[in-house]
Design a protein around this ligand. Sequence first.
Ligand code: HEC
Ligand code: HEC
Length: 323
Amino acid sequence: MTRRHRLPLPAMAAVLLAACQPSSPASDTGPAKSASTPTAPASPASVAKPTAPTPATAFTPPPESAIPEGPFGDMVREGRELFVHTAEKAPAYVGNGLTCANCHLDAGRQPNSAPLWGAYGMYPAYRSKNKHVNSFGERLQGCFKYSMNGKAPPLDSHEMLALETYAYWMASGAPIGVKLDGAGYPKQGFKPPQPPDYARGKAVFQRDCALCHGSDGQGQKVAGRYVFPPLWGPDSFNWGAGMHQLDNAAAFIKANMPLSRGNTLSDQDAWDVAMYMDAHERPQDPRFKGDLAKTRKDFHDTPMSLYGTTVNGHLLGSQPAKR
Ligand code: HEC
Ligand code: HEC
């Protein structure tokens, strides 16, 4: 496996990148080629409405070709650049090898990968994670702190303004306070048929993920830049990130991975491989103050978090990855 993916790497990366053109940062120019395919009122899961007070609503964001000329459009473009080339554009705030667009696919447009157009009109919102009402800016700050293992840009910073402008523009025409079809991840009612299993997850990983993300999960670089992002280890999201929770990871993976072949894994495979991924060490939760058990109790008190539990003989969080 290792040998297979190492030998032809440059060639393979080129082929894969070509195949994944829509969501690769390379597709900087031109009107949103990719937006056309995935915007159909997507999964049956998103139609379920038992707990939602408002029914799901279809929405299509404006194409990139519609970004206007002038200072406002310039700010939209700047936000997009930040979103897609995060470490290059905001080095002071990024502490790992990821970009925003690695998880919010197609530069934040792809339904079912927490698209920006599905998020913008849902804030301010109460979040149980920090137990108060969060502005949209504060929500962005959270992804810097945890998903990017970095520092949150100040709310009045230029970076924040650019990202907010990009999100606001992408949500042009969307209703406020309405859960749009394809917003967030398709988590509702998405349960594993059997409890997720590490050994089965490892087999799924080797079969369906290692080719791109590396057999060690550390991603792959070309010319010093990740072309396939790391799933764990020092350059990945930290223990406080949403993706470390099994339900988020399983739903994201089911809908979006393997890249460009979303919704091909069985539900069980998606949960198993999510567990395998989230049972590996990654950077420490920034809220950790020296006591793993207390950090688990305070911030990870849910079966969806493996932090502070022992999996495969290892106490997760006890040897966090460092750069
Ligand atoms: C490691 C993956 C990952 C990375 C990298 C990442 N995010 Fe997120 N983001 C998530 C997850 C997981 C959620 C929660 C989604 C959910 O609960 O539906 C989220 C949620 C969000 C939301 C709220 C979405 C909603 O529908 O409420 C916004 C906005 C957001 N991220 C912006 C960003 C920005 C800006 C960056 C880069 C600075 C970024 N994210 C980087 C995984 C990531
Ligand atoms: C064809 C190559 C390919 C395959 C196969 C693939 N991925 Fe990915 N994956 C990517 C790319 C590329 C990204 C970043 C997308 C972007 O930036 O547009 C990504 C992003 C991710 C992310 C969010 C970013 C991060 O590093 O945490 C996760 C999680 C993920 N993949 C998990 C998986 C899992 C699990 C599998 C196997 C079921 C898988 N992927 C298979 C190419 C692939």
